[in-house]
Design a protein around this ligand. Structure first.
Ligand code: HOZ
Length: 427
């Protein structure tokens, strides 16, 4: 099997930089060669040799209903028979915008894109165009896609590979982005007092999911909302991961904070490429062709993405009350895993927010990027490979999130606990 696996990867490396189309897939921080996937169904993912794994990556979050959900797959197939892209408006785009706006009332007007990266890029441009200011601020370890202004001290692959940013981003552009430590109210206050009138926007993951899972501390997001409002700074919530993951709506629904703009992606596409930016009408209507701030996309609001996304959201809408069952399942899994680590005498800090989690290999607490980076990544790598051998598919980096889906069963949880127990014997 390993020979097959390396064949796939070495062939890929000849035609794709690093053999992958997104860096974190390359397993650089855990070592070894990435497993190539053949297919997935429900809570399971299968590699090219046919081995089955319980999947806690879920395509980095979107597959909340599980893989190849029958209704979602049927919707995509029947839509595909009627044409896959028109470059002209369809009713499904309006239905999608209506559904999002109903679920997340701060999103009064919505523009659909093909990825979360496009959504955050558009949000930043809108904020700058609307305020006439150039500076923006972001939080260390938050990742908002790979656009130039937002890749500074970012999370995900940038943090995993320990790089501050990326060559190719001109210093003049990077210099317009201020960096703040996540959850640090004092640093936030000082920065806003110094730069407030020059800041167009502050963008934040309201629950950070790209330096591992890091919840906002009490008062942090409230203070951020108050200070941004005071200085006329556009507050952007990046809910690409958290949108529709905890409730039928965004994390903002649960905490009662209204950002000016919100970015979505992942779940609203039901596994197809999608993104969305939305917010206050007076800001959003500056977007072309209603206004003069330009943004466009041939595949924006693509019919297949709309059908997968609408089907997923409509199913989630009927599950309004059962998000708590997902949280409970996640809680049981993590409690049992924590007990196993305690009895083995290995200190871990497990951060859980509803159905998202990260097991940090350190005592914790983990409340920002510098704390997250204190984790024992060598031990994480051993754990990752042990779990994989025992049939559990985790993200190949300490600084990423794990996810549960509605397709995960109590039996899956039992099997995962068993796999963890076996893995820990050899750790
Ligand atoms: N942390 C990333 C998603 N939010 C991982 C996916 C990728 O970069 O390919």
């Amino acid at each position: 099997m390993s020979r097959n696996r390396s064949n796939y990867f070495s062939k890929a490396c000849k035609v794709i930089p690093g053999g992958v189309n997104s860096p974190v897939r390359a397993w650089k921080s855990v070592g070894g060669q990435p497993v190539f996937v053949s297919h997935a169904n429900g809570s399971k993912i299968y590699d090219v040799s046919g081995k089955e794994y319980i999947d806690y990556v879920l395509s980095w979050g979107p597959m909340i209903l599980g893989h190849a959900h029958s209704k979602v797959s049927k919707a995509i197939c029947s839509k595909a028979m009627k044409g896959t892209s028109f470059g002209a408006p369809t009713e499904a785009e309006t239905q999608m915008a209506e559904l999002i706006s109903e679920a997340i009332p701060s999103m009064e007007l919505i523009r659909l894109t093909s990825s979360g990266t496009e959504a955050t890029m558009t949000a930043i441009r809108l904020a700058r165009g609307y305020t006439g200011r150039n500076l923006i601020a972001k939080f260390d370890g938050c990742y908002h896609g790979h656009n130039d202004s937002l890749l500074i001290k970012a999370g995900s692959g940038v943090a995993t590979f320990g790089i501050p940013g990326s060559p190719g981003i001109p210093a003049e552009i990077a210099g317009l982005t201020l960096n703040l430590p996540y959850n640090d109210i004092d640093a936030l206050k000082t920065t806003i007092e110094a730069y407030g009138p020059k800041l167009a926007a502050i963008i934040v993951e309201p629950v950070a999911g790209n330096m591992g899972v890091v919840p906002p501390q009490k008062g942090f997001l409230n203070k951020l909302r108050k200070l941004t409002a005071k200085y006329g700074i556009i507050l952007i919530f990046d809910e690409v991961i958290t949108g529709f993951r905890f409730t039928f709506g965004g994390y903002q629904n649960l905490i009662g904070i209204k950002p000016d703009l919100t970015c979505l992606g992942k779940i609203i596409g039901g596994g197809m490429p999608v993104g969305a930016v939305g917010g206050k009408k007076e800001i959003m209507e500056k977007l072309s062709p209603a206004g003069n701030i330009y943004q466009a996309g041939t595949l924006s609001g693509n019919p297949l993405a709309m059908s997968a996304g609408l089907t997923t959201l409509n199913i989630l809408k009927t599950r309004k009350t059962t998000f708590s069952s997902l949280d409970r399942k996640t809680g049981r899994l993590l409690t049992e895993i924590k007990n196993l680590f305690v009895s083995k005498g290995i200190a871990v800090c497990i951060n859980q927010v509803h159905s998202m989690f990260t097991i940090f290999f350190q005592p914790g607490p983990v409340y920002d990027l510098s704390a997250a980076q204190k984790s024992d990544t060598a031990m994480f790598a051993c754990f990752f490979h042990g779990m994989l051998k025992n049939g559990i598919w985790l993200a190949p980096s300490q600084l990423e999130a794990g996810f549960l889906s509605f397709a995960h069963t109590e039996k899956d949880i039992d099997k995962t606990i068993d796999a963890c127990s076996k893995t820990l014997k050899n750790l």
